[in-house]
Ligand binder design. Structure first.
Ligand SMILES: NC(=O)c1ccc[n+]([C@@H]2O[C@H](COP(=O)([O-])OP(=O)(O)OC[C@H]3O[C@@H](n4cnc5c(N)ncnc54)[C@H](O)[C@@H]3O)[C@@H](O)[C@H]2O)c1
Length: 260
């Protein structure tokens, strides 16, 4: 399938590691130019250099997305460098365990800044350029919006917000032919996931109990499997798909797990 993404400038927040890095790698392989927005310059540069070493192009800008002014500056830097934006992947976030029993106002609001508010700000600042290019937006989300997890109110609320914004923006941006979709992840082994699993004493058992409940092949979703869907949704091959929340999760969210 020809995705026609050659030389398209695609912003990937949190593109230096995990799912974001996987998306950047698939974008580069398709001839697009991923523009990483991430907080750690060393990680950003490593990702860019690895992509360049494979003969492809990529750029990075350092930004702490919890700071609204950094979101604005990142878009300005991207425009200064490339002069256009063809797509935005809102991906950066963290499951930070701000619960109802164990949580407070300050941590709840801080978590919204880590997980939701920059999704809005990045889309808002990128919008004039996406209008020019008739670009596409993909929001990465988590199953916790639907299934809950317990002890992570702010992250679950943020993911509910990510899904709602996907529908809301799909409607608002119809007039510009900008498509907006979400890709929802359940279990994908990334640096973030590893940090979380390490919080359990019996992490091997915990991991085994999770994977055995994933209906399709009792295994985690790979970063590439998520990235392939994201890149398809950014491409013209999905030209009549908008406002969709797509679960790349091996059936975890919707299938009967008692049969797996
Ligand atoms: N891994 C999973 O199983 C899983 C499941 C459901 C949803 N998700 C979602 O996928 C997204 C990516 O998760 P991941 O597992 O790849 O994470 P990760 O921690 O492995 O990678 C995230 C990258 O984003 C960067 N980042 C995070 N917050 C940032 C900020 N405020 N400013 C700038 N950079 C920031 C990190 O430095 C890192 O490079 C998250 O939004 C998460 O909610 C992941």
């Amino acid at each position: 399938m020809q995705l026609s993404l050659t030389n398209k400038i695609i912003i990937v927040t949190g593109g230096a590691k995990g799912i974001g890095l996987g998306i950047c790698n698939v974008l580069a392989a398709e001839g697009a130019i991923p523009f990483i927005v991430g907080r750690n310059e060393e990680d950003n540069n490593k990702a860019v250099n690895d992509i360049k070493a494979s003969g492809k192009e990529a750029f990075q800008v350092v930004a702490d997305l919890t700071k609204p002014e950094d979101c604005k500056k990142a878009i300005e830097a991207i425009i200064q460098k490339c002069g256009r934006i063809d797509g935005l992947v809102n991906n950066a976030g963290v499951n930070d365990g701000v619960g109802l029993e164990k949580g407070n106002y300050e941590d709840f609001v801080a978590s919204l800044h880590k997980n939701l508010i920059h999704y809005y700000l990045m889309a808002q600042h990128a919008l004039p350029y996406l209008i020019q290019s008739k670009g596409a937006i993909v929001n990465i989300g988590s199953k916790t919006a639907e299934t809950g997890q317990g002890g992570t109110s702010a992250y679950a609320a943020s993911n509910g917000g990510r899904n709602a914004l996907t529908r809301e923006w799909a409607v608002e941006l119809l007039k510009y032919s900008i498509r907006v979709n979400a890709v929802v992840v359940a279990e994908c082994f990334t640096p973030l996931y590893e940090t979380w699993i390490n919080t359990f004493e019996n992490k091997e058992e915990k991991l085994a109990s999770i994977t055995q409940n994933i209906p399709f092949e009792n295994r985690m979703t790979t970063v590439d499997e998520i990235a392939n869907m994201v890149v398809f949704l950014l491409s013209e091959r999905s030209s009549h798909t908008t406002g969709q929340i797509i679960y790349v999760d091996g059936g975890y969210t919707h299938l009967d797990r008692s049969i797996s």
